[in-house]
Design a protein around this ligand. Structure first.
Ligand code: AMP
Length: 217
């Protein structure tokens, strides 16, 4: 059983790296942001509760976040383990998490702020299949259309300069101290995220002592 947390500033590639990590190791990727986005897109009651905060780039209240995380982990569909992404994001969430689950490692993706802005503001998302694009490094073949399902690409509502500034502020004020907490527990694995996607993945696997990436296995 492997239980990892992936942390890092916005745009550091948490989603991409988690997906690659889960692909051949049979881990389940649990992205709290994706869970919330699903609720917003499907107009659920929870979606209505979180939409305003998400749009402004603010953190959703801890009670809601904890019940979503608990509900997701209680599904116990993660026989080989999970990678949780976007959680914990503050001290209270970290305490809740550590009381309930043992963690095998925390992957910390590091990226300088100017690169964060460059990446986040050029990010596009397919609302059909969830595929991520980047207008600088990973453009779709047909402008504005998903390569996989052809749906028109959108910009995440919180990928605006204003919302990004709010998210970065929260990251440094609230999430950084969580990193320090994990660091004291010696579970942190720092990986520089400014290189090619495959290179970052190789760095993660090396530091965690995992087999090399093999998507066909
Ligand atoms: P992300 O995709 O991880 O950037 O998350 C998108 C948005 O979902 C965040 O800006 C928050 O509004 C909300 N969110 C995701 N995870 C959390 C969390 N652990 N605590 C509070 N809000 C969260």
């Amino acid at each position: 059983m492997r239980k990892y947390v992936i942390m890092g500033v916005q745009g550091s590639g948490k989603g991409t790296q988690s997906t690659m990590l889960c692909a051949d190791l049979d881990l389940v990727h649990i992205s709290v942001g994706d869970l919330f986005r699903w609720h917003v897109q499907n107009h659920t009651k929870l979606g209505a509760q979180v939409r305003r905060a998400m749009r402004a780039g603010e953190l959703v209240g801890d009670d809601l976040v904890e019940s979503v995380v608990r509900g997701r982990l209680d599904q116990h569909d993660w026989n080989f383990g999970f990678v949780i992404d976007g959680f914990p994001r503050n001290g209270r969430q970290a305490e809740f998490f550590m009381e309930s689950y043992d963690i095998d490692g925390v992957i910390h993706l590091e990226l300088p702020d100017d690169e964060v802005r460059r990446r986040v503001l050029s990010r596009r998302l397919c609302p059909g299949c969830g595929m991520d694009y980047n207008l600088i490094a990973d453009r779709p073949e047909v402008e504005g259309r998903c390569d996989i399902c052809g749906t028109a690409l959108i910009t995440r509502e919180d990928d605006t300069p204003e919302a990004l500034a709010a998210r970065l502020r929260d990251y440094y004020e609230k999430t950084r101290p969580v990193l320090e907490l994990f660091r004291r527990k010696e579970v942190i694995h720092d990986v520089y995220a400014g290189t090619a996607v495959e290179q970052v993945q190789a760095g993660i696997r090396e530091t965690l002592g995992l087999p090399a990436y093999n998507p066909k296995s």
